[in-house]
Design a protein around this ligand. Structure first.
Ligand code: TYD
Length: 209
């Protein structure tokens, strides 16, 4: 086992709705646990009682984009203070289904909101905390749309059109270009077993075994 030397590691999963990231998170947790990591699986918006309440508002009530961004960052602040930072401090590996890259992609890219304001909020809320690894499940927006069509009743984001998701994808691409060492872009349009093989290869390459 590779024990983290100073604090645990923070892994985030990102991608447009329908990319399939959520279907791999438990398998990833099991893979890490089999290698003696303490693993905490969580999600954003959400992860604490307060943040889950905020998630429900953000996903279901109409609001302007600044309000949306403020609520997402408020949820993130509570999540960091009460769940993520304590888990990392005791050496756990935190697997988080979405984090701040999603805010840049959805509110910034998809909704066209001011990236400088988002960067200011990111600095205030995170004090430099960033994921150690971001698995970006990248899929063509048209392919993700057909996967979403098979899913349950859509929320405020899932019901957006393909042009919105093309902008979200561009938002992720910009974040990836700004932090290439942190990102691992996966071909999420491939079969499920192939996507899993890509995930495993990234973890091995980056010393998570
Ligand atoms: P998602 O993580 O896809 O959960 P589920 O699989 O249950 O649908 O849904 C969360 C939605 O929230 C997703 O559409 C993206 C959106 N979102 C933002 O707009 N900004 C953010 O900062 C985050 C974390 C999520």
């Amino acid at each position: 086992m590779t024990a983290p030397s100073a604090g645990g590691r923070f892994i985030t999963l990102e991608g447009i709705d329908g990319a399939g990231k959520s279907s791999h998170i438990e398998a990833l947790a099991a893979w890490l646990r089999a290698r003696d990591h303490e693993v905490v699986v969580t999600r954003e918006p959400g992860g604490t009682a307060l943040a889950e309440r905020l998630r429900d508002l953000v996903l279901h009530l109409p609001m302007d984009t600044l309000t949306e961004a403020l609520l997402v960052f408020a949820a993130r602040r509570d999540h960091l203070l009460n769940l993520i930072e304590p888990a990392l401090a005791r050496g756990a590996t935190v697997l988080c289904d979405r984090f701040t890259d999603a805010t840049f992609a959805y509110q910034g890219g998809g909704r066209g909101f001011d990236l400088d304001v988002l960067a200011g909020l990111e600095g205030w809320v995170q004090h430099g905390r960033q994921p150690d690894l971001t698995l970006w499940f990248r899929i063509a927006p048209a392919a993700a749309a057909s996967r979403r069509a098979e899913a349950r009743a859509p929320d405020r984001f899932e019901s957006q059109d393909e042009a919105f998701f093309a902008r979200v994808d561009a938002g992720y691409a910009a974040r990836c270009a700004a932090a290439p060492a942190r990102f691992a872009a996966l071909d999420a349009g491939a079969d499920r077993s192939d996507v899993w093989a890509q995930i495993e290869a990234v973890l091995l390459q980056r010393g998570f075994a």
